[in-house]
Design a protein around this ligand. Structure first.
Ligand SMILES: NC(=O)c1ccc[n+]([C@@H]2O[C@H](COP(=O)([O-])OP(=O)(O)OC[C@H]3O[C@@H](n4cnc5c(N)ncnc54)[C@H](OP(=O)(O)O)[C@@H]3O)[C@@H](O)[C@H]2O)c1
Length: 286
């Protein structure tokens, strides 16, 4: 049995579908969806992520613009920039690349709250997070959205399953709580203060790991037949790897995402899907 939850393959297929859909929309509306990304500073990792996002936008026919600002920009200047994008009708989606450089990082919530919630393709605005509380997944964070899409594609039944998330960030763990509850899983969230974390992990029918530590999950830790979603992205000697010792657990699990090639491409596809939702939002609010 093929155990691989192939995010790369599914994302490629979904991107092709999206490309056709976008061409049809552009034919009908004469307006191409457009994403603006804001990159503050010169963090090499952030630059790589932003470039991948722009490249994939181009592949599916979403136009995009990167606003690259110096790391020493003032808080007010960044707020003004976000505001100008909010008021620019040619921009449908806005993405503020995180984390922000140290000084500005303190105000991250304020910047996110300034983004027009209809243009919030990351799904981080409090209004979009609040909607998720009511199981409304209209503009939801890209990584959880991609994970759920992948599980659904492979017909993974979540109802009644013990789903254990090792992460509680707004990027991964928190949105997943509601998305998994909506699908009737029993959800446990683990973090650095969890006592006897091994006992929780061992009970997981579906285990979602995003701790940022290579080989954090090994065969001894998991339940026989567990479904494993490896969100981690780490670099060892220049090579990418996840949080799960893939080769070690392969025999014991029933399904697994590779990393790279699993959650990452699905995250990017979700960003494109969200940009299209943002595009539709603005057409309907005009
Ligand atoms: N593939 C993708 O598209 C994608 C997208 C997003 C993130 N990621 C990757 O996912 C990982 C996490 O990202 P993030 O932004 O969510 O990071 P983060 O904000 O640092 O969150 C890490 C989470 O893991 C928990 N954690 C860390 N070490 C732990 C341990 N030993 N035991 C239990 N819990 C532990 C932390 O607990 P506390 O809350 O107690 O600190 C925290 O909740 C990174 O490797 C990142 O690169 C990948």
């Amino acid at each position: 049995m093929n155990k691989i939850l192939d995010g790369k393959k599914l994302a490629n297929e979904l991107n092709l579908e999206l490309k056709d859909k976008i061409e049809l929309l552009v034919d009908n509306n004469k307006i191409r969806p457009k994403l603006a990304t804001i990159l503050v500073g010169d963090d090499p990792g952030s630059k790589v992520y932003v470039n991948i996002k722009h490249k994939t936008c181009a592949e599916v026919g979403i136009s995009s613009v990167m606003i690259h600002l110096p790391a020493d920009i003032s808080k007010q200047e960044l707020l003004d920039k976000i505001d100008s994008l909010n008021n620019d009708n040619s921009i449908h989606g806005i993405l503020l690349q995180l984390p922000l450089p140290h000084e500005l990082g303190k105000y991250t919530s304020e910047f996110i709250e300034t983004i027009n919630p209809y243009k919030d393709v990351d799904g981080f605005h409090p209004i979009n997070r609040g909607k998720l509380f009511d199981y409304n997944e209209e503009l939801v964070a890209c990584t959880p959205k991609g994970i759920i899409r992948l599980l659904e594609h492979y017909n993974v039944e979540l109802k009644g399953k013990n789903a254990v998330i090792v992460n509680r960030s707004i990027l991964v763990g928190k949105p997943l709580i509601f998305m998994l509850l909506k699908r009737n899983a029993t959800v446990t969230v683990c973090h650095t203060s969890t006592i006897d974390i091994e006992s929780h992990i061992r009970r997981a029918d579906v285990l979602i790991v995003a701790v940022g530590q290579p080989k954090y999950i090994t065969k001894e830790k998991i339940k026989e037949g567990a479904i494993i979603i490896d969100v981690g992205t780490n670099r060892i000697d220049g090579k990418l790897c996840g949080d799960v010792d893939f080769e070690d657990v392969l025999d014991k699990c029933s399904k697994i995402t590779p990393s790279p090639g699993g959650v990452g491409p699905m995250t990017i596809n979700s960003l494109l899907q969200n940009t299209l939702i943002a595009y539709a939002n603005q057409k309907s609010t005009k």
